[in-house]
Design a protein around this ligand. Structure first.
Ligand code: SF4
Length: 338
């Protein structure tokens, strides 16, 4: 049984070319200020120890209850915050937070994000051809003479008609707007895309179309996705690997079949026990979690899940467990596997 978590390791993370993204013990805290002097009196530990590797051309689903730190993890990886609190984020072997201004500008074309809300993430004042092409022009990605054809091609790949270029976002449905968001992200020809709940604001029938589009585009362009969602059936459909987050920690991750068929962490077991079984005769053994999620500003000592865990032991209350590899590629953070 290998222990792979890195909290105690300060040595440099070694680049492994099979992985487009290597994340080790990533932390992102947000200070809480208060008192007369407006001093820092605490921290919201939104991301508090996330370790995983992501292979090129694959999709990792990131799941967990809302507020568990999924979105902050995605944004910290993309360096959408100025700083991280601790840890390493290697993208194609380069530490994202060590990049110069110029290198970061270039990296912005290689790493993209698709947001949850296709309504608020599009400027209402620009026609969609401009929205999709704006960053392409800014980064001089294609010669001027080829710009229009390039935007047409990207729109076509994303299921939009080039004649719609002059229309404004309000003239489109929710599903079409999400296609516009996908086209805007892919126009920069990225290698890696964080999809942050990209279908949760859409009707179920439209969700399937968008998921299929993401799958098709991944195949055509060899894209790598970090797919953030609270919808386990969507994650099961799209992911190759799955990570489960609880209160800022990645408590389990591995191949999709291992996580869905053999969840090891008590939190993963509870989360996955709620998936409906499409068989009227099958009995669901749903595990109902008692209590609510503790505050990330004041998380419990030891294992952060111990206040809700039915298998809690004495050690869990005082000592935080390390990440262990239980079978090849299947990692869990729980004292049951020490
Ligand atoms: Fe439960 Fe202990 Fe495992 Fe935490 S470490 S999930 S409290 S058994």
């Amino acid at each position: 049984m290998a222990t792979t978590n890195a909290p105690a390791t300060q040595d440099k993370l070694v680049y492994d070319p099979q992985y487009i993204l290597q994340v080790r013990d990533l932390k992102k805290y947000f200070p809480i200020k208060g008192g007369m002097m407006n001093r820092v009196v605490g921290n919201v530990k939104a991301v508090d120890g996330v370790t995983f590797n992501l292979k090129r051309g694959t999709t990792m689903g990131l799941v967990g209850e809302s507020g568990c730190g999924k979105t902050t993890t995605g944004r910290t990886i993309l360096r959408l915050y100025d700083t991280k609190t601790a840890g390493d984020v290697l993208f194609n072997g380069k530490e994202v937070y060590d990049l110069s201004h110029e290198e970061l500008r270039h990296m912005r074309t290689e790493m993209q994000i698709i947001f949850q809300d296709p309504f608020s993430s599009l400027s209402p004042r620009l026609p969609i051809g401009e929205i999709i092409g704006e960053a392409v022009r800014e980064h001089n990605l294609v010669p001027k003479a080829e710009f229009d054809d390039y935007v047409d091609e990207v729109m076509d790949q994303c299921g939009l008609q080039p004649f719609q270029k002059e229309r404004y976002p309000h003239e489109f449905s929710g599903g079409q707007r999400q296609r516009i968001c996908i086209a805007r992200a892919l126009a920069l020809n990225p290698e890696f895309v964080v999809c942050d709940e990209p279908v949760s604001a859409l009707d179920v029938s439209i969700q399937a179309q968008i998921i299929n589009l993401l799958n098709e585009l991944q195949e055509k362009r060899d894209l790598t996705y970090l797919f953030i969602s609270h919808d386990l059936s969507v994650v099961e459909h799209i992911s190759d690997t799955v990570g489960v987050m609880y209160l800022g920690n990645l408590v389990e991750y591995g191949a999709k079949r291992d996580i869905f068929n053999n969840p090891l962490h008590p939190y993963t077991e509870a989360l996955f026990s709620a998936i409906p079984i499409p068989d009227p005769d099958a009995k669901m053994n749903r595990i109902v979690l008692e209590g609510s999620i503790p505050s990330p500003a004041n998380p419990p000592e030891g294992c952060k899940f111990h206040t809700r865990c039915s298998k809690c032991m004495e050690i869990c209350k005082h000592e935080a467990p390390c990440q262990r590899e239980i079978e090849p590629g299947h990692f869990v953070v729980c004292h049951l596997y020490d």
